[in-house]
Design a protein around this ligand. Structure first.
Ligand code: AMP
Length: 178
């Protein structure tokens, strides 16, 4: 699990931008992590340690979930599967709709990339309300996979995203909580 040093480095590196993209949101900008290769390496090592020996595939959520998810999958030597926003993937694909604060959204996964019975890590950079991650786990289950683990760099405590993930009986890991 994350060392004090890693947590402190991340806290100092991730920028908080108030009122972006809309008033009232505290946007967590993770892009400064990529200016520090050693810090990026340490984040990946920590996320890999959480999942080592426990999953057969990694699903990353568009788009910041790809930045870490693919490196985790390569280190674990397991397949990486992209979960994309509606309209980006060629057929055949499966879809899952979910509610946003206003309106709804849809995510998609190529059919056939996940094998039935595979245990999956679902990864994203940040857990907010949990709606996106819950929909991603449903996509995994629709394909016969098992949502076995969730990992995030950041979880926003007050939004209780973890509650939405309880139904999956999976391990949840977040490096930082705000
Ligand atoms: P949710 O479905 O509410 O858990 O939202 C999660 C998705 O929205 C993730 O892919 C995040 O990258 C993005 N997101 C939500 N809130 C924030 C925030 N405060 N700062 C940065 N990204 C966010």
């Amino acid at each position: 699990m994350a060392s004090r040093d890693l947590i402190q480095n991340l806290e100092e590196t991730i920028e908080n931008i108030a009122d972006f993209p809309v008033p009232g949101i505290q946007f967590k900008d993770i892009t400064p992590i990529f200016l520090q290769p050693k810090l990026y390496e340490d984040v990946i090592a920590d996320l890999v340690e959480f999942s080592r020996g426990k999953v057969d595939a990694v699903c990353g959520i568009e788009s910041r979930g790809y930045l870490f998810g693919i490196a985790i999958a390569v280190a674990l030597e397991v397949p990486f599967i992209l979960i994309r926003k509606k309209g980006k993937l060629p057929p055949p694909f499966i879809s899952e709709k979910y509610d946003l604060e206003y309106g709804s959204a849809e995510i998609e996964m190529r059919e056939g990339q996940l094998k039935s019975g595979q245990r999956v890590l679902i990864h994203d950079d940040l857990l907010a309300t949990g709606g996106t991650t819950e929909a991603a786990a449903k996509l995994v289950e629709k394909q016969g996979g098992v949502a076995a683990q969730f990992s995030f760099l950041i979880a926003l405590k007050d939004l209780h995203g973890v509650d939405k993930l309880r139904q999956f009986d999976a391990e949840v890991y977040k490096i930082l909580e705000y």
